[in-house]
Design a protein around this ligand. Structure first.
Ligand code: C2O
Ligand code: CU
Ligand code: CU
Length: 539
Protein backbone atom coordinates (compact mmCIF):
# COMPACT_ATOMS: atom_id res chain seq x y z
CA UNK A 1 0.00 0.00 0.00
CA UNK A 2 2.68 2.45 1.06
CA UNK A 3 4.66 1.53 -1.97
CA UNK A 4 1.68 2.26 -4.18
CA UNK A 5 1.23 5.72 -2.71
CA UNK A 6 4.87 6.48 -3.27
CA UNK A 7 4.57 5.25 -6.82
CA UNK A 8 1.60 7.46 -7.38
CA UNK A 9 3.42 10.47 -6.02
CA UNK A 10 6.35 9.72 -8.28
CA UNK A 11 4.02 9.42 -11.23
CA UNK A 12 2.50 12.82 -10.53
CA UNK A 13 5.96 14.35 -10.22
CA UNK A 14 7.10 12.78 -13.44
CA UNK A 15 3.97 13.94 -15.20
CA UNK A 16 4.55 17.49 -13.98
CA UNK A 17 7.97 17.42 -15.55
CA UNK A 18 6.91 15.66 -18.72
CA UNK A 19 3.65 17.35 -19.61
CA UNK A 20 5.03 20.69 -20.75
CA UNK A 21 7.66 19.11 -23.00
CA UNK A 22 5.15 16.56 -24.22
CA UNK A 23 2.68 19.24 -25.18
CA UNK A 24 5.44 20.85 -27.18
CA UNK A 25 6.23 17.59 -28.96
CA UNK A 26 2.61 17.03 -29.73
CA UNK A 27 2.35 20.44 -31.31
CA UNK A 28 5.24 19.90 -33.61
CA UNK A 29 3.83 16.52 -34.58
CA UNK A 30 0.50 18.10 -35.36
CA UNK A 31 2.20 20.54 -37.64
CA UNK A 32 4.07 17.87 -39.50
CA UNK A 33 0.83 16.00 -39.85
CA UNK A 34 -1.08 18.86 -41.33
CA UNK A 35 1.50 19.26 -44.04
CA UNK A 36 1.83 15.59 -44.95
CA UNK A 37 -1.51 13.92 -44.31
CA UNK A 38 -4.16 16.54 -44.53
CA UNK A 39 -3.15 17.84 -47.92
CA UNK A 40 -1.86 16.29 -51.10
CA UNK A 41 1.87 16.09 -51.67
CA UNK A 42 2.35 17.78 -55.03
CA UNK A 43 5.56 15.89 -55.79
CA UNK A 44 3.87 12.50 -55.21
CA UNK A 45 2.57 11.25 -58.55
CA UNK A 46 0.12 8.44 -57.85
CA UNK A 47 -0.59 5.56 -60.24
CA UNK A 48 -3.90 5.16 -58.47
CA UNK A 49 -5.83 7.94 -56.78
CA UNK A 50 -9.02 7.01 -54.95
CA UNK A 51 -11.43 8.72 -52.64
CA UNK A 52 -13.05 6.66 -49.91
CA UNK A 53 -15.86 8.16 -47.89
CA UNK A 54 -17.12 6.45 -44.74
CA UNK A 55 -20.79 7.26 -44.51
CA UNK A 56 -24.02 5.97 -42.95
CA UNK A 57 -26.36 4.54 -45.59
CA UNK A 58 -29.24 2.15 -46.11
CA UNK A 59 -29.22 -0.88 -48.36
CA UNK A 60 -31.79 -3.40 -49.47
CA UNK A 61 -30.14 -6.42 -47.95
CA UNK A 62 -33.32 -8.42 -47.36
CA UNK A 63 -36.93 -8.24 -48.40
CA UNK A 64 -38.87 -5.63 -46.49
CA UNK A 65 -37.14 -2.87 -44.60
CA UNK A 66 -33.79 -1.54 -45.68
CA UNK A 67 -30.84 -2.08 -43.36
CA UNK A 68 -29.00 0.87 -41.86
CA UNK A 69 -25.27 0.36 -42.31
CA UNK A 70 -21.98 2.20 -42.61
CA UNK A 71 -20.13 1.84 -45.89
CA UNK A 72 -17.17 3.19 -47.83
CA UNK A 73 -18.32 5.02 -50.93
CA UNK A 74 -15.52 5.19 -53.44
CA UNK A 75 -14.51 7.01 -56.54
CA UNK A 76 -11.60 6.48 -58.88
CA UNK A 77 -9.86 9.78 -59.47
CA UNK A 78 -6.94 8.33 -61.39
CA UNK A 79 -5.92 4.83 -62.47
CA UNK A 80 -7.16 1.87 -64.49
CA UNK A 81 -10.84 1.12 -64.00
CA UNK A 82 -9.93 -2.38 -62.75
CA UNK A 83 -8.23 -0.91 -59.68
CA UNK A 84 -11.56 -0.16 -58.06
CA UNK A 85 -14.16 -2.90 -58.12
CA UNK A 86 -17.60 -2.36 -56.60
CA UNK A 87 -19.52 -5.24 -55.04
CA UNK A 88 -23.20 -4.80 -55.95
CA UNK A 89 -25.75 -4.68 -53.12
CA UNK A 90 -23.16 -5.02 -50.42
CA UNK A 91 -22.38 -3.04 -47.31
CA UNK A 92 -18.67 -3.71 -47.85
CA UNK A 93 -16.37 -1.15 -49.38
CA UNK A 94 -14.91 -1.64 -52.86
CA UNK A 95 -12.15 -4.10 -53.74
CA UNK A 96 -8.99 -2.13 -54.37
CA UNK A 97 -6.60 -3.84 -56.78
CA UNK A 98 -3.03 -2.67 -57.07
CA UNK A 99 0.31 -3.92 -58.35
CA UNK A 100 3.61 -4.14 -56.50
CA UNK A 101 5.52 -0.85 -56.49
CA UNK A 102 2.55 1.22 -57.57
CA UNK A 103 2.09 4.56 -55.90
CA UNK A 104 -1.27 4.86 -54.19
CA UNK A 105 -3.12 7.91 -52.97
CA UNK A 106 -6.29 7.47 -50.97
CA UNK A 107 -8.34 10.44 -49.84
CA UNK A 108 -10.29 9.32 -46.83
CA UNK A 109 -13.34 11.42 -45.97
CA UNK A 110 -15.15 10.84 -42.73
CA UNK A 111 -18.90 11.40 -42.88
CA UNK A 112 -19.65 9.24 -39.85
CA UNK A 113 -20.99 10.63 -36.59
CA UNK A 114 -17.89 9.10 -34.91
CA UNK A 115 -14.20 9.64 -35.35
CA UNK A 116 -12.47 7.19 -37.64
CA UNK A 117 -9.30 6.33 -39.53
CA UNK A 118 -8.45 3.58 -42.04
CA UNK A 119 -5.87 0.89 -41.43
CA UNK A 120 -4.37 -1.19 -44.27
CA UNK A 121 -4.21 -4.60 -42.69
CA UNK A 122 -1.03 -6.46 -43.68
CA UNK A 123 0.61 -3.66 -45.62
CA UNK A 124 4.16 -2.55 -45.01
CA UNK A 125 3.72 1.23 -44.95
CA UNK A 126 5.20 4.12 -42.92
CA UNK A 127 3.84 4.87 -39.46
CA UNK A 128 1.80 7.88 -40.60
CA UNK A 129 0.10 5.79 -43.31
CA UNK A 130 -0.81 2.84 -41.10
CA UNK A 131 -4.02 4.21 -39.62
CA UNK A 132 -2.91 4.33 -36.00
CA UNK A 133 -5.83 5.49 -33.82
CA UNK A 134 -3.82 8.61 -32.89
CA UNK A 135 -4.67 9.84 -36.40
CA UNK A 136 -8.46 9.64 -36.16
CA UNK A 137 -10.34 12.40 -37.93
CA UNK A 138 -13.77 13.72 -37.07
CA UNK A 139 -16.82 14.09 -39.26
CA UNK A 140 -16.20 16.34 -42.23
CA UNK A 141 -12.43 15.98 -42.14
CA UNK A 142 -10.12 14.37 -44.67
CA UNK A 143 -6.96 12.30 -44.28
CA UNK A 144 -4.68 11.71 -47.25
CA UNK A 145 -2.78 8.45 -47.58
CA UNK A 146 0.14 8.30 -49.96
CA UNK A 147 2.30 5.22 -50.09
CA UNK A 148 4.10 2.78 -52.34
CA UNK A 149 2.90 -0.83 -52.44
CA UNK A 150 5.73 -2.78 -50.83
CA UNK A 151 4.00 -6.11 -50.32
CA UNK A 152 4.09 -9.42 -52.11
CA UNK A 153 1.02 -10.06 -54.26
CA UNK A 154 -1.67 -11.27 -51.89
CA UNK A 155 -5.01 -10.65 -50.22
CA UNK A 156 -4.89 -7.76 -47.76
CA UNK A 157 -7.75 -5.67 -46.42
CA UNK A 158 -8.71 -2.35 -44.90
CA UNK A 159 -10.92 -1.39 -42.01
CA UNK A 160 -11.39 1.40 -39.46
CA UNK A 161 -9.13 1.61 -36.41
CA UNK A 162 -10.46 4.24 -33.98
CA UNK A 163 -9.66 3.06 -30.48
CA UNK A 164 -12.68 1.63 -28.68
CA UNK A 165 -14.88 1.82 -31.78
CA UNK A 166 -13.24 -0.53 -34.26
CA UNK A 167 -15.56 -3.43 -33.45
CA UNK A 168 -18.69 -1.34 -33.91
CA UNK A 169 -17.60 0.35 -37.12
CA UNK A 170 -16.45 -2.88 -38.77
CA UNK A 171 -19.67 -4.52 -37.67
CA UNK A 172 -21.73 -1.75 -39.25
CA UNK A 173 -20.08 -2.55 -42.59
CA UNK A 174 -16.75 -0.77 -42.88
CA UNK A 175 -14.24 -3.13 -44.47
CA UNK A 176 -12.88 -3.92 -47.91
CA UNK A 177 -10.33 -6.08 -49.68
CA UNK A 178 -7.01 -4.66 -50.83
CA UNK A 179 -5.59 -7.05 -53.38
CA UNK A 180 -2.01 -6.84 -54.58
CA UNK A 181 -1.56 -8.77 -57.80
CA UNK A 182 0.88 -9.29 -60.59
CA UNK A 183 -0.44 -10.45 -63.91
CA UNK A 184 1.97 -13.28 -64.46
CA UNK A 185 0.65 -16.43 -62.90
CA UNK A 186 -1.34 -19.40 -64.11
CA UNK A 187 -4.06 -19.21 -61.50
CA UNK A 188 -7.76 -18.73 -62.18
CA UNK A 189 -8.56 -15.04 -62.63
CA UNK A 190 -11.31 -12.72 -63.75
CA UNK A 191 -14.68 -14.35 -63.12
CA UNK A 192 -12.85 -17.39 -61.75
CA UNK A 193 -11.29 -15.45 -58.90
CA UNK A 194 -13.88 -14.98 -56.18
CA UNK A 195 -13.55 -13.01 -52.95
CA UNK A 196 -15.21 -14.54 -49.91
CA UNK A 197 -15.38 -12.17 -46.97
CA UNK A 198 -16.95 -14.13 -44.13
CA UNK A 199 -18.77 -12.25 -41.38
CA UNK A 200 -21.42 -13.06 -38.81
CA UNK A 201 -24.22 -10.71 -37.88
CA UNK A 202 -27.50 -10.51 -35.98
CA UNK A 203 -30.48 -8.73 -37.54
CA UNK A 204 -33.65 -7.87 -35.70
CA UNK A 205 -37.10 -8.53 -37.12
CA UNK A 206 -37.01 -5.25 -39.06
CA UNK A 207 -33.67 -6.13 -40.67
CA UNK A 208 -31.56 -3.86 -38.48
CA UNK A 209 -28.13 -4.87 -37.22
CA UNK A 210 -27.88 -5.74 -33.56
CA UNK A 211 -24.47 -5.28 -31.94
CA UNK A 212 -23.57 -6.19 -28.39
CA UNK A 213 -25.84 -4.98 -25.70
CA UNK A 214 -24.22 -3.88 -22.53
CA UNK A 215 -23.69 -7.34 -21.22
CA UNK A 216 -20.23 -7.55 -19.75
CA UNK A 217 -19.80 -11.25 -20.41
CA UNK A 218 -20.72 -10.88 -24.08
CA UNK A 219 -18.11 -8.16 -24.45
CA UNK A 220 -15.52 -10.32 -22.76
CA UNK A 221 -16.17 -13.08 -25.27
CA UNK A 222 -16.63 -10.82 -28.29
CA UNK A 223 -19.50 -10.45 -30.73
CA UNK A 224 -20.98 -13.68 -32.07
CA UNK A 225 -23.84 -13.58 -34.57
CA UNK A 226 -26.41 -16.05 -35.72
CA UNK A 227 -26.29 -15.39 -39.44
CA UNK A 228 -23.44 -15.65 -41.91
CA UNK A 229 -23.02 -12.85 -44.42
CA UNK A 230 -20.66 -13.38 -47.35
CA UNK A 231 -19.21 -10.33 -49.16
CA UNK A 232 -21.66 -8.06 -47.38
CA UNK A 233 -24.52 -9.44 -49.46
CA UNK A 234 -27.61 -11.45 -48.58
CA UNK A 235 -27.01 -14.32 -51.03
CA UNK A 236 -26.38 -17.64 -49.38
CA UNK A 237 -25.05 -19.25 -52.56
CA UNK A 238 -23.68 -18.48 -56.02
CA UNK A 239 -23.56 -20.21 -59.36
CA UNK A 240 -20.24 -21.56 -60.58
CA UNK A 241 -19.21 -23.02 -63.92
CA UNK A 242 -17.62 -26.40 -64.40
CA UNK A 243 -14.22 -24.84 -63.99
CA UNK A 244 -11.35 -24.15 -61.62
CA UNK A 245 -11.66 -21.31 -59.14
CA UNK A 246 -9.48 -19.29 -56.85
CA UNK A 247 -11.22 -18.13 -53.69
CA UNK A 248 -9.71 -15.32 -51.66
CA UNK A 249 -11.10 -15.96 -48.22
CA UNK A 250 -11.01 -13.34 -45.46
CA UNK A 251 -12.37 -13.87 -41.99
CA UNK A 252 -13.79 -10.38 -41.52
CA UNK A 253 -15.77 -11.32 -38.41
CA UNK A 254 -15.35 -9.51 -35.13
CA UNK A 255 -14.59 -12.56 -33.04
CA UNK A 256 -15.83 -15.73 -34.73
CA UNK A 257 -13.31 -18.39 -35.73
CA UNK A 258 -14.07 -20.74 -38.63
CA UNK A 259 -13.01 -24.31 -39.26
CA UNK A 260 -13.35 -24.20 -43.04
CA UNK A 261 -14.11 -27.35 -44.99
CA UNK A 262 -15.94 -28.49 -48.13
CA UNK A 263 -19.29 -30.20 -47.66
CA UNK A 264 -18.37 -33.04 -50.03
CA UNK A 265 -15.35 -34.01 -47.98
CA UNK A 266 -12.79 -32.91 -50.56
CA UNK A 267 -9.56 -31.54 -49.19
CA UNK A 268 -9.18 -27.79 -48.98
CA UNK A 269 -6.38 -26.90 -51.40
CA UNK A 270 -4.65 -23.89 -49.89
CA UNK A 271 -2.44 -21.87 -52.25
CA UNK A 272 -1.93 -18.70 -50.23
CA UNK A 273 -2.24 -17.11 -46.82
CA UNK A 274 -1.93 -13.63 -45.27
CA UNK A 275 1.23 -12.58 -47.09
CA UNK A 276 0.48 -14.06 -50.52
CA UNK A 277 1.07 -17.30 -52.35
CA UNK A 278 2.69 -20.28 -50.68
CA UNK A 279 5.63 -21.99 -52.34
CA UNK A 280 3.46 -25.03 -53.11
CA UNK A 281 -0.23 -25.87 -52.73
CA UNK A 282 -1.08 -27.66 -49.49
CA UNK A 283 -4.05 -29.99 -49.09
CA UNK A 284 -5.79 -29.83 -45.71
CA UNK A 285 -8.87 -31.64 -44.42
CA UNK A 286 -9.94 -28.25 -42.98
CA UNK A 287 -8.40 -24.88 -42.12
CA UNK A 288 -8.78 -22.80 -38.98
CA UNK A 289 -9.29 -19.13 -39.81
CA UNK A 290 -9.29 -16.56 -37.02
CA UNK A 291 -10.55 -12.97 -37.37
CA UNK A 292 -8.29 -10.97 -39.70
CA UNK A 293 -6.68 -14.03 -41.32
CA UNK A 294 -6.80 -14.82 -45.05
CA UNK A 295 -6.29 -17.90 -47.14
CA UNK A 296 -6.45 -18.49 -50.88
CA UNK A 297 -8.20 -21.69 -51.82
CA UNK A 298 -8.12 -23.42 -55.20
CA UNK A 299 -11.01 -25.67 -56.24
CA UNK A 300 -11.87 -27.66 -59.32
CA UNK A 301 -15.59 -27.96 -60.14
CA UNK A 302 -15.00 -29.13 -63.71
CA UNK A 303 -16.10 -32.72 -63.12
CA UNK A 304 -18.87 -31.93 -60.65
CA UNK A 305 -22.39 -32.78 -61.84
CA UNK A 306 -24.55 -29.90 -63.01
CA UNK A 307 -27.06 -28.84 -60.42
CA UNK A 308 -25.02 -30.14 -57.53
CA UNK A 309 -24.41 -27.81 -54.62
CA UNK A 310 -21.11 -27.92 -52.79
CA UNK A 311 -20.91 -25.77 -49.68
CA UNK A 312 -18.17 -24.18 -47.72
CA UNK A 313 -18.82 -25.07 -44.12
CA UNK A 314 -17.45 -24.41 -40.71
CA UNK A 315 -17.08 -27.68 -38.84
CA UNK A 316 -17.69 -27.98 -35.12
CA UNK A 317 -14.68 -27.51 -32.84
CA UNK A 318 -13.89 -26.72 -29.23
CA UNK A 319 -12.63 -23.12 -29.06
CA UNK A 320 -11.40 -23.54 -25.50
CA UNK A 321 -13.51 -20.61 -24.30
CA UNK A 322 -14.05 -20.79 -20.57
CA UNK A 323 -15.61 -17.93 -18.68
CA UNK A 324 -14.81 -19.03 -15.18
CA UNK A 325 -17.04 -16.86 -13.05
CA UNK A 326 -20.09 -17.66 -15.06
CA UNK A 327 -19.60 -21.34 -15.45
CA UNK A 328 -18.52 -22.60 -18.82
CA UNK A 329 -19.54 -21.03 -22.05
CA UNK A 330 -22.04 -18.23 -22.46
CA UNK A 331 -25.74 -18.10 -22.27
CA UNK A 332 -25.94 -17.02 -18.65
CA UNK A 333 -26.13 -13.42 -19.82
CA UNK A 334 -29.85 -13.70 -20.24
CA UNK A 335 -31.53 -14.22 -23.63
CA UNK A 336 -30.59 -10.95 -25.27
CA UNK A 337 -30.67 -11.99 -28.89
CA UNK A 338 -33.61 -11.23 -31.09
CA UNK A 339 -32.69 -12.80 -34.36
CA UNK A 340 -34.67 -12.72 -37.59
CA UNK A 341 -34.50 -16.44 -37.40
CA UNK A 342 -32.62 -17.25 -40.59
CA UNK A 343 -30.71 -19.91 -38.78
CA UNK A 344 -27.95 -21.96 -40.25
CA UNK A 345 -26.78 -23.84 -37.23
CA UNK A 346 -28.10 -27.28 -36.59
CA UNK A 347 -28.94 -27.12 -32.94
CA UNK A 348 -29.69 -23.59 -31.88
CA UNK A 349 -32.99 -21.90 -31.20
CA UNK A 350 -33.62 -19.04 -33.60
CA UNK A 351 -33.37 -16.31 -31.00
CA UNK A 352 -29.77 -16.64 -29.87
CA UNK A 353 -26.20 -16.24 -31.05
CA UNK A 354 -24.35 -19.26 -32.32
CA UNK A 355 -21.42 -20.22 -30.16
CA UNK A 356 -17.86 -20.10 -31.44
CA UNK A 357 -17.16 -23.64 -32.55
CA UNK A 358 -20.69 -24.64 -33.53
CA UNK A 359 -21.13 -26.15 -37.00
CA UNK A 360 -22.32 -23.75 -39.72
CA UNK A 361 -23.01 -23.69 -43.41
CA UNK A 362 -21.24 -20.66 -44.82
CA UNK A 363 -21.91 -20.50 -48.54
CA UNK A 364 -23.13 -22.72 -51.33
CA UNK A 365 -21.70 -23.18 -54.82
CA UNK A 366 -24.26 -24.43 -57.31
CA UNK A 367 -22.58 -26.00 -60.32
CA UNK A 368 -24.12 -24.98 -63.64
CA UNK A 369 -23.86 -26.92 -66.89
CA UNK A 370 -21.60 -24.33 -68.44
CA UNK A 371 -18.12 -25.61 -69.14
CA UNK A 372 -15.55 -23.01 -68.08
CA UNK A 373 -11.81 -22.76 -67.96
CA UNK A 374 -10.05 -25.58 -66.15
CA UNK A 375 -6.58 -24.42 -65.28
CA UNK A 376 -4.36 -27.14 -63.84
CA UNK A 377 -3.14 -26.57 -60.31
CA UNK A 378 0.50 -25.47 -60.52
CA UNK A 379 2.86 -27.64 -58.49
CA UNK A 380 5.08 -24.66 -57.71
CA UNK A 381 3.55 -21.33 -56.78
CA UNK A 382 5.78 -18.49 -55.59
CA UNK A 383 9.20 -18.96 -53.98
CA UNK A 384 9.28 -17.99 -50.30
CA UNK A 385 12.42 -16.71 -48.72
CA UNK A 386 13.11 -18.76 -45.59
CA UNK A 387 13.74 -16.50 -42.63
CA UNK A 388 17.46 -16.62 -41.87
CA UNK A 389 17.49 -17.24 -38.12
CA UNK A 390 21.18 -16.44 -37.88
CA UNK A 391 20.32 -12.77 -38.30
CA UNK A 392 17.97 -12.86 -35.32
CA UNK A 393 19.50 -10.84 -32.48
CA UNK A 394 17.69 -12.55 -29.59
CA UNK A 395 17.58 -16.16 -30.63
CA UNK A 396 17.90 -17.61 -27.17
CA UNK A 397 15.80 -15.05 -25.37
CA UNK A 398 12.80 -14.10 -27.45
CA UNK A 399 10.73 -11.14 -26.28
CA UNK A 400 7.71 -12.57 -24.54
CA UNK A 401 4.17 -11.28 -24.93
CA UNK A 402 1.70 -12.80 -22.56
CA UNK A 403 -1.94 -12.47 -23.62
CA UNK A 404 -3.89 -12.91 -20.43
CA UNK A 405 -6.81 -11.98 -18.24
CA UNK A 406 -6.59 -10.04 -15.00
CA UNK A 407 -8.78 -7.65 -13.00
CA UNK A 408 -11.67 -8.19 -15.43
CA UNK A 409 -9.53 -7.11 -18.38
CA UNK A 410 -7.81 -8.75 -21.33
CA UNK A 411 -4.20 -7.58 -21.18
CA UNK A 412 -0.79 -7.97 -22.77
CA UNK A 413 2.01 -8.43 -20.22
CA UNK A 414 -0.21 -6.86 -17.58
CA UNK A 415 -0.84 -3.75 -19.66
CA UNK A 416 -3.76 -2.22 -21.44
CA UNK A 417 -3.61 0.09 -24.46
CA UNK A 418 -2.39 3.65 -24.02
CA UNK A 419 -2.43 5.79 -27.14
CA UNK A 420 1.18 7.02 -27.04
CA UNK A 421 2.76 4.61 -24.61
CA UNK A 422 5.63 2.34 -25.57
CA UNK A 423 7.24 0.31 -22.80
CA UNK A 424 10.96 -0.46 -22.86
CA UNK A 425 10.17 -4.02 -23.83
CA UNK A 426 8.30 -2.73 -26.87
CA UNK A 427 11.21 -0.88 -28.46
CA UNK A 428 13.08 -2.50 -31.31
CA UNK A 429 15.90 -1.40 -33.60
CA UNK A 430 15.49 -0.61 -37.26
CA UNK A 431 17.19 -3.15 -39.54
CA UNK A 432 17.27 -5.93 -36.99
CA UNK A 433 15.47 -9.25 -36.86
CA UNK A 434 13.98 -10.69 -33.69
CA UNK A 435 12.09 -13.62 -32.28
CA UNK A 436 8.87 -12.79 -30.43
CA UNK A 437 7.09 -15.39 -28.38
CA UNK A 438 3.36 -15.09 -27.75
CA UNK A 439 1.84 -16.94 -24.83
CA UNK A 440 -1.84 -17.37 -24.09
CA UNK A 441 -2.15 -17.97 -20.38
CA UNK A 442 -5.75 -16.89 -19.81
CA UNK A 443 -6.17 -16.06 -16.15
CA UNK A 444 -3.61 -18.66 -15.21
CA UNK A 445 -4.72 -21.87 -13.60
CA UNK A 446 -6.76 -21.44 -10.47
CA UNK A 447 -6.51 -17.66 -10.53
CA UNK A 448 -8.91 -15.49 -8.56
CA UNK A 449 -12.33 -15.33 -10.11
CA UNK A 450 -11.88 -18.70 -11.68
CA UNK A 451 -10.48 -19.80 -14.97
CA UNK A 452 -10.80 -17.43 -17.92
CA UNK A 453 -9.59 -18.71 -21.19
CA UNK A 454 -10.09 -17.85 -24.86
CA UNK A 455 -8.28 -18.06 -28.18
CA UNK A 456 -6.71 -14.78 -29.32
CA UNK A 457 -6.02 -13.98 -32.99
CA UNK A 458 -2.71 -12.13 -32.64
CA UNK A 459 -1.97 -9.44 -35.23
CA UNK A 460 1.13 -7.30 -35.73
CA UNK A 461 0.99 -4.11 -37.81
CA UNK A 462 3.46 -2.91 -40.38
CA UNK A 463 5.08 -6.14 -41.45
CA UNK A 464 4.75 -9.80 -42.33
CA UNK A 465 6.41 -12.40 -40.11
CA UNK A 466 7.11 -16.11 -40.20
CA UNK A 467 5.95 -18.61 -37.60
CA UNK A 468 8.99 -20.48 -36.33
CA UNK A 469 7.45 -22.67 -33.66
CA UNK A 470 3.99 -23.48 -32.37
CA UNK A 471 4.23 -25.17 -28.98
CA UNK A 472 0.98 -26.97 -28.27
CA UNK A 473 2.18 -29.14 -25.38
CA UNK A 474 0.08 -27.23 -22.83
CA UNK A 475 -3.01 -26.75 -25.00
CA UNK A 476 -5.86 -28.83 -23.55
CA UNK A 477 -6.13 -31.93 -25.76
CA UNK A 478 -9.93 -31.56 -25.87
CA UNK A 479 -9.33 -28.26 -27.67
CA UNK A 480 -6.29 -29.08 -29.75
CA UNK A 481 -7.59 -32.37 -31.09
CA UNK A 482 -10.50 -30.59 -32.74
CA UNK A 483 -8.23 -28.13 -34.60
CA UNK A 484 -4.83 -29.68 -34.98
CA UNK A 485 -4.91 -30.30 -38.74
CA UNK A 486 -6.08 -26.79 -39.55
CA UNK A 487 -2.89 -24.72 -39.38
CA UNK A 488 -0.32 -23.79 -42.00
CA UNK A 489 2.78 -22.35 -40.35
CA UNK A 490 4.46 -21.48 -43.60
CA UNK A 491 4.90 -18.43 -45.70
CA UNK A 492 4.40 -14.86 -44.51
CA UNK A 493 1.66 -13.98 -42.08
CA UNK A 494 0.40 -11.00 -40.14
CA UNK A 495 -2.23 -12.71 -37.96
CA UNK A 496 -2.32 -16.12 -36.28
CA UNK A 497 -4.50 -17.95 -33.82
CA UNK A 498 -3.09 -18.27 -30.33
CA UNK A 499 -5.12 -20.95 -28.60
CA UNK A 500 -5.41 -21.27 -24.83
CA UNK A 501 -2.06 -22.27 -23.31
CA UNK A 502 -0.37 -22.19 -26.69
CA UNK A 503 3.05 -20.60 -27.26
CA UNK A 504 3.98 -19.32 -30.70
CA UNK A 505 7.38 -18.00 -31.77
CA UNK A 506 7.52 -15.70 -34.76
CA UNK A 507 10.51 -14.18 -36.55
CA UNK A 508 10.18 -10.59 -37.70
CA UNK A 509 12.41 -8.02 -39.34
CA UNK A 510 12.02 -4.29 -38.80
CA UNK A 511 12.78 -2.58 -42.05
CA UNK A 512 12.38 0.74 -43.84
CA UNK A 513 10.22 2.61 -41.36
CA UNK A 514 10.73 3.92 -37.86
CA UNK A 515 7.89 4.89 -35.58
CA UNK A 516 5.05 3.44 -33.59
CA UNK A 517 3.01 0.47 -34.81
CA UNK A 518 0.32 -1.58 -33.13
CA UNK A 519 0.11 -5.21 -32.20
CA UNK A 520 -3.09 -6.56 -30.75
CA UNK A 521 -5.72 -9.22 -30.44
CA UNK A 522 -7.88 -9.16 -33.59
CA UNK A 523 -10.94 -10.23 -31.65
CA UNK A 524 -12.26 -6.72 -32.19
CA UNK A 525 -14.02 -6.55 -28.83
CA UNK A 526 -10.82 -7.57 -27.06
CA UNK A 527 -8.93 -4.97 -29.08
CA UNK A 528 -11.46 -2.26 -28.23
CA UNK A 529 -11.23 -3.17 -24.55
CA UNK A 530 -7.48 -2.59 -24.66
CA UNK A 531 -5.82 -5.88 -25.64
CA UNK A 532 -3.57 -3.82 -27.86
CA UNK A 533 -0.17 -2.18 -27.46
CA UNK A 534 2.34 -0.11 -29.40
CA UNK A 535 5.79 -1.20 -30.42
CA UNK A 536 8.30 1.30 -31.69
CA UNK A 537 10.96 0.91 -34.33
CA UNK A 538 13.88 3.12 -33.41
CA UNK A 539 16.77 4.21 -35.58
CU1 C2O B 1 -6.82 -5.58 -38.96
CU2 C2O B 1 -4.94 -3.42 -36.17
O1 C2O B 1 -5.87 -4.49 -37.54
CU1 CU C 1 -3.40 -4.56 -39.23
CU1 CU D 1 -8.36 -11.78 -27.63
Amino acid sequence: MKKNKLKQLMRVLILLIIIPSFAFCKNSKQQKRSSSQLTITESFEPDIDISLTAIPAEIQLFEGEKTAIYTYNSELIKGESTSLQQIPNSYLGPIIRVKPQQKIRIRFNNELPDKSIIHWHGLHVPHEMDGHPMYVIKKGDQFIYEFVVNNRPGTYWFHPHPHGKTGYQVYKGLAGLFIVENDQNDLPSGEYEIPLVIQDRIFDSSNQLIYLENNMMDRMVGFLGNEIIINGQSNTSMKVNKATYRFRVLNGSNSRIYKLAWSDGADLTVIGNDGGLLSKPIDKPYMMLGPGERIDVWRNFSSTNSGEQISLKSLAFNSGTIMGMMGSGRGMGGGMMRGRGNMQSNNNPSDSYIDNGDALTLYGFVVSDKQGEAVPLPTELEPIEQFDLSEVVNQNSPRQFNFHFQRMEWLINGKTFEMNEVADWEKVKLNTAELWEFINSGSGRGGMGGMMSMPHPVHIHGLQFQIIERDVSEVPPAVWNTMKDGFIDEGWQDTFLLLPDMRVKVALRFEDFTGIFLYHCHNLEHEDMGMMRNYEVIE
